[in-house]
Design a protein around this ligand. Structure first.
Ligand code: PLP
Length: 376
């Protein structure tokens, strides 16, 4: 119950055990076709360019930056957490002129300040993180994308923690390249990075005057493999079986039902932690449903609390890192792991672990969460 990987359904594990086929086998290309259709649904897009890169979420981030960012180009990054900072660092390594709009870790940018920044800087590329896993903040993208398009910039949106956990709505929002991972909201194992690219961004990457410096993460070459059936790398058929099964499970549940489930379990969890006298790190309107950052009470060692939860209950959560080191617990209630049973178990375990460290909970977390479920 950390920030991912999230629990993997048995059906996905079974898919991983199926026989390997070659990376050019028509059977695998059939799976690619199905995956494209299912990924378009979760991303909320009609983009013909939609596939999954062989690599973790970071490969999607790097593929996006390397595809859109030319050396010397101005890149505007909205930085309010660890992963936005990583995008800025990748753009810097690519030789871009990086301009940053900063926000304390735990806050979201409002529409006006994002717009003012983008119109003032007039960058070629804008990047933001939709769901900042390091802080638990949801960053809406519509105003960012509208402003970017007004100045002719393309937008990269990191949807690593949002895809499959909450609405991403790529087309409605206007994100030009959205990427994600397989191991969080989609409930698959780590190893793949779903990505979708708008026709405008495809035109940009096809029209480059110099080749993409990365061969492995060249989005043009990847599309030529997925759709043109032209060898690029030896893709792991097994991982694609697993992703296909994970997406089939999501399709069977229905996206809206899935989002309602994840939102409800988040709300019940918040009712529980607040009843215990704990505080959420992020203000209610900006909270992520799948990733809950809970402030560590004064004088309590978050590492010790996590240690008790792992050793006594076998429940893994993570702490904060970067600017939030020692200050928050990061508790994932996402994908297939977002269940009433898990919410109640994690609340019990957190309460017991905090008690071992001398923190007296103000009320019973479990009772408050149960009351929330009964009252809805
Ligand atoms: N972006 C965000 C928002 C993330 O949370 C993560 C990982 O947790 C990444 C990017 C990098 O993904 P990966 O660790 O799968 O490479």
């Amino acid at each position: 119950m950390g920030p991912g990987p999230s629990p993997v359904p048995q059906r996905v594990y079974e898919a991983l055990g199926q026989p390997v086929v070659g990376h050019l086998d028509p059977y695998l290309f059939g799976i690619f076709d199905e995956l494209q259709a299912l990924l378009r649904k979760v991303f909320g897009t009609e983009n013909p360019y939609t596939l999954a890169i062989s690599g973790t979420g970071t490969s999607g981030m790097e593929a996006s930056v390397w595809s859109l960012v030319d050396p010397g180009a101005k890149v505007a990054v909205l930085v309010n957490g660890f992963f936005c900072d990583r995008i800025a660092e990748m753009a810097r390594r690519q030789g871009a002129e990086v301009v940053r709009l900063e926000k304390p870790w735990g806050e979201a940018f409002d529409d006006d300040e994002a717009r003012e920044f983008i119109l003032r800087e007039k960058p070629r590329v804008v990047a933001f993180v939709h769901a900042e896993t390091s802080t638990g903040v949801l960053q809406p993208g519509k105003a960012i994308c509208d402003s970017a398009h007004e100045v002719g910039a393309l937008v990269i949106g990191d949807c690593v923690t949002s895809l499959g956990n909450l609405p991403v709505d790529v087309d409605e929002t206007g994100i030009d390249i959205a990427y994600s991972c397989s191991q969080k909201g989609l409930g698959c194992v780590p190893g793949l990075s779903p990505i979708t690219v708008s026709p405008q961004a495809v035109a940009h990457l096809r029209g480059r005057s110099s080749p993409n410096p990365s061969f492995y993460l060249d989005l043009g070459l990847l599309y030529d493999y997925w759709v043109g059936r032209k060898y690029h790398h030896t893709a792991s058929a097994t991982l694609f079986y697993a992703l296909s099964e994970a997406l089939a499970i999501i399709d069977e549940e229905g996206l809206q039902n899935r989002f309602r489930r994840i939102e409800a379990n988040h709300k019940a969890f918040v009712a529980g932690v607040e009843a215990m006298g704990l505080q959420m790190h992020v203000a209610a309107p900006h909270r992520l449903w799948p990733l809950n950052a809970v402030r560590v009470p004064d004088g309590i060692s978050e590492a010790a609390v996590r240690g008790h939860m792992l050793n006594d209950e076998g429940i893994e959560i993570l702490g904060g890192f970067g600017l939030l080191t020692g200050r928050v617990f990061r508790i994932g209630i996402m994908g297939a792991g977002s269940t009433r049973e898990n919410v109640l178990r994690v609340l019990d375990a957190l309460e017991a672990a905090l008690a071992k460290e001398g923190f007296r909970a103000a009320g019973k977390g479990r009772a408050a969460a149960e009351a929330w479920y009964e009252g809805r």
